[in-house]
Design a protein around this ligand. Structure first.
Ligand code: AMP
Ligand code: ZN
Length: 480
């Protein structure tokens, strides 16, 4: 069975069903990172929300073709990669220095996504590999009268496109039609003709073009790569809310100016991660990277859960209490999973009412999907899991669930885990393996075989497990 998801569409400002152009096949474009430094967990919030979206579409029975670009040429990249080169460095050397920086941070970024169990995109194009496509697109806009050249740079003529401003819901009256800016980022109250191609400046890497040496502006890359890899009609395009204007507005102008029809049906934007009321941003210096948190002992999957358990369209304030709450919630789900994997023992204690586990399970599953299909309402979807845990634990305390009931419950947990990726089956078996090794070490210590006890500790360390010997003689553990 294929389920229909509804998502808030920034274009119409309504929650609308996702109806793919090709039934059962969703094309998804997400704006990727600018790779000049470590991603901060604000950036990662956006990628985690998009991972949840993609996994939910897949779990709902759709095929998803996902493209995420890597921005590997841009003002900040140039600023940070060219500093050590002499003024007379060749263009080749300049490109080489830029590539060295972006290759390094692309690898780090992909590692971070892996750590967070974010599934890789089907297409991961680098902007620098698509410069000829961008040039062709700009030429096409020029031919259509939507672009003009000034001193070796090319600008988009926003007055030429009636729908300019439709995504950010701009007031066309207030726009400065005809004025042109070179900056890639600017505020919505200064909507002006924006740059498509930048004439080269001393100290910058450049490409040859019909307008002389230069480099692409930031917005053109997503239009070129999106149209090349996903086509002329894309189902969903996504980014953080800061991309609505000018980036996505300009993408619409470029692609629709060229195509002459609607390019993207659904624009989906995730809200910010904040710190003490301010957007987490590199420029504000108030950010954490994933690695900062892992060094403080935070389980990356707890971060994943902390972010995904909040609704993607609500501002989320980052806090360590929030992470602790996520760890506790996960412990509860994982313990329940372990309990369902076991056989249970009829305790016969008092309980409020006899329930039919199958009915409770179906109810939870329906509530879970109704919430996920309603604009990815993760808080409600997870609440249905916790209600199920309470119900079935109480029942299992009194009269053990049958093997079939336990397996059906595990199947539902697996289904939900396909989206949240925070309580997989291996986790349970890893837990069991760790417990077994801790027992083996205890036995070795009891037998005063210190060498063996140390070897077991090393083996655990290699598995990423840190042991904590407590005063009472017991041993706790955590993922290090
Ligand atoms: P960048 O690497 O700056 O191009 O940003 C990558 C993604 O992170 C974009 O989709 C941004 O919208 C998003 N982003 C940047 N800062 C934040 C934040 N504080 N919270 C959530 N998303 C963010
Ligand atoms: Zn983009």
């Amino acid at each position: 069975m294929r389920r229909t998801l509804s998502l808030f569409n920034t274009l119409t400002r309504r929650i609308e069903p996702v109806v793919p152009v090709l039934a059962g096949q969703v094309s998804l474009y997400t704006c990727g990172p600018t790779v000049y430094n470590y991603a901060h967990i604000g950036n990662l919030r956006t990628f985690l929300f998009q991972d949840l979206l993609k996994r939910t579409l897949r779990a709902a029975g759709h095929e998803v073709r996902h493209c995420m670009n890597i921005t590997d040429v841009e003002d900040k990249i140039i600023r940070d990669s060219q500093g050590t080169l002499p003024a007379d460095a060749t263009n080749e050397a300049r490109h080489g220095a830029m590539k060295a920086l972006t290759d390094r941070f692309t690898a780090i970024f992909l590692e971070d996504l892996d750590t967070l169990r974010v599934q890789q995109a089907d297409f991961l194009p680098k902007a620098t590999a698509y410069v000829p496509h961008m040039i062709r697109l700009i030429q096409d806009l020029e031919a259509k009268g939507l672009a003009y050249v000034r001193e070796g740079s090319v600008y988009y003529r926003i007055a030429g496109l009636p729908q300019y401003g439709c995504l950010a819901h701009l007031d066309r009256e207030g726009m400065q039609m005809g004025a042109s800016v070179d900056a890639d980022e600017y505020e919505r109250d200064s909507a002006t003709d924006f740059v498509l191609w930048k004439a080269t400046k001393p100290g910058e890497p450049w490409w040859d073009s019909p307008w002389g040496p230069g480099r692409p502006g930031w917005h053109i890359e997503c239009s070129a790569m999106g149209m090349e890899l996903l086509g002329d009609r894309i189902d969903i395009h996504s980014g953080g809310v800061d991309l609505i204007f000018p980036h996505h507005e300009n993408e619409i102008a470029q692609s629709e100016g060229c195509l002459g029809h609607r390019w993207v049906n659904h624009w989906v934007h995730g809200e910010f991660l904040m710190v003490e009321g301010q957007k987490m941003a590199k420029s504000l210096g108030n950010f954490f990277t994933l690695r900062d948190l892992v060094a403080k002992g935070v389980d990356p999957i707890a971060l994943r859960y902390a972010i995904q358990s909040n609704h993607y369209r609500k501002v989320l304030n980052f806090s360590f209490e929030g992470l602790r709450a996520a760890e506790n919630a996960l412990k509860r789900i994982r313990a329940f999973r372990k309990r369902m994997e076991g056989e249970g023992a009829a305790g016969g204690g008092p309980w409020k009412e006899a329930i039919d586990p199958r009915v409770r399970l179906e109810r939870a599953r329906e509530a879970f999907w109704a919430a996920m299909a309603d604009d990815l309402n993760t808080p409600e979807a997870l609440a249905s899991i916790f209600t199920l845990i309470n119900d079935l634990n109480a029942q299992d305390d009194h009269a053990a669930l049958t093997r079939e009931e336990r397996d059906a419950t595990l199947a539902f947990l697996d289904e939900a885990n396909d989206m949240f990726a925070a309580w997989p089956r291996e986790e349970a078996s890893l837990d069991a393996a760790v417990e077994a090794l801790i027992e083996a070490r205890k036995a070795a210590k009891f037998a005063k075989d210190w060498a063996l006890a140390d070897r077991v500790r090393d083996q655990l360390r290699a598995m990423g497990i840190v042991l904590e010997d407590r005063k009472d003689g017991s041993t706790g553990w955590r993922r290090g």
